[in-house]
Design a protein around this ligand. Structure first.
Ligand code: PMP
Length: 393
């Protein structure tokens, strides 16, 4: 059947890379490609107890439709956590979403008309690029370095492009692991006040720090009320819960509520209540500390293995947290072509090009260190090192 799809559907492409990566489901393949947390660290027992306790209360409202804004005690808990990070927020400033991916979709639905420009970092989170693209956004990629987005380039782009919004992942960015410096956070917030542009601060990884000092979110410097902050329980509890949140001014929250009503009415009542119960009765900071210790160890093992085995001419980032690091190969290497050979060697990564909106980054790749055991990390990096050596000499 030939469907007469809406024009925006032409922007939704399935990718060659996804096809190649399908084989990574084979057990012999060590995959650094996905963005998955370590499943052995999921608090299954505690989550099971929390669900049971909510249902044992025999309160049918746990299974009933509920408000679009989200479960009030959960919003209160999140608001209190945001205040600890220096963000002034009450429950009315919070909207519970089906993961922060839904938050990106709702924001695009509210802000992006076809052809509107979104400023993104170069490179930027693929899932955000795809969502904005599905609303027919145009992109202006802004250069970044090891301190995050280049502020002068950002200001120039704002002046030249008159963007509808800016999208940043300031902390342990997906895909590079880089963190924006304190000075640049302040400077970015100042620009928003000066030019009146909204900024989406996407912060799924902020709590996963393994070295260095915590930094306040850009939102904490947001005197002009322009920053829309997103986060999620996907990385600190479990992504299958599909529970995230938006922090914004009340007026914007009201508009987001309207957008969400048309999408799914509300986030699951039972899951919100169970997660709130879990948060209330568990030592959550102890749980997050255990994740940080383990991921920090895996990051260190990956970095050390790369240092010892990767041939000269290759560089990589050394992130203070998150789940990814970023490798830059010599200019002539095409990491999409190389992926087929890597998969033959039973190791996988994500080529960097899809994280760019302007067909750059062909010689880059993203490696995930949270979802492989230390033993797998050592073997996988050695396999990559052998492959790299063979194509560089
Ligand atoms: N933003 C970024 C930067 C991410 O890396 C991810 C997850 N890969 C998301 C948003 C979506 O997360 P969630 O599970 O909360 O939808």
């Amino acid at each position: 059947m030939n469907y007469n799809f809406a024009e925006r559907v032409s922007q939704m492409e399935s990718s060659v890379i996804r096809e190649i990566l399908k084989v990574t489901e084979r057990p012999e393949v060590i995959s650094f490609a996905g963005g998955l947390p370590a499943p052995e660290l999921f608090p299954i027992k505690e989550i099971k107890e929390a669900f049971c306790e909510v249902l044992e209360g025999d309160d049918p409202s746990a299974l009933q439709y509920s408000t679009t804004e989200g479960y009030l005690p959960l919003r209160g808990y999140i608001a209190a956590r945001m205040r600890e990070k220096g963000v002034e927020a009450g429950p009315d400033n919070i909207l519970i979403t089906n993961g922060s991916q839904q938050a990106l979709d709702l924001l695009a639905k509210l802000f992006v008309d076809p052809g509107d420009v979104v400023l993104v970092e170069k490179p930027s989170y693929l899932g955000a690029i795809q969502t904005f693209r599905s609303y027919q956004a145009g992109f202006c990629p802004v250069p970044t370095d090891d301190q995050g987005i280049d502020i002068d380039a950002l200001e120039l782009a704002i002046k030249k492009q008159n963007p509808k919004m800016i999208y940043l992942t300031p902390t342990f960015k997906n895909p590079t692991g880089v963190t924006m410096s304190l000075e640049r956070r302040r400077a970015a917030a100042d620009l928003l006040g000066k030019y009146g542009v909204p900024l989406i601060e996407d912060d799924p990884y902020g709590d996963l720090r393994y070295s260095g000092e915590p930094l306040p979110p850009v939102k904490s410097f947001d005197d002009a009320g322009r920053v829309i902050y997103l986060s999620t329980f996907s990385k600190t509890i479990a992504p299958g819960l599909r529970l995230g949140w938006i922090v914004a001014g009340r007026e914007l929250i009201r508009k987001l509520v309207l957008a969400k009503q048309g999408t799914d009415l509300h986030t699951g009542t039972l899951v919100q209540r169970a997660v709130y119960r879990y948060l209330e009765k568990t030592d959550v900071s102890g749980h997050v500390l255990a994740i940080r210790r383990e991921y920090g160890r895996r990051r260190d093992i990956m970095l050390e293995e790369m240092r010892q085995n990767f041939p000269e001419g290759i560089s990589w980032t050394r992130p203070d947290g998150g789940m990814f690091l970023w490798v830059t190969m010599p200019e002539h290497i095409d990491t999409i072509q190389l992926l087929e050979r890597a998969v033959e060697e039973n190791v996988a990564y994500v080529p960097g090009a899809p994280f760019y909106t302007d067909r750059e980054g062909l010689n880059t790749m993203r490696l995930n260190f949270s979802n492989s055991t230390p033993h797998q990390i050592k073997s996988g990096i050695r396999r990559l090192a052998r492959l790299f050596a063979s194509c560089l000499h």
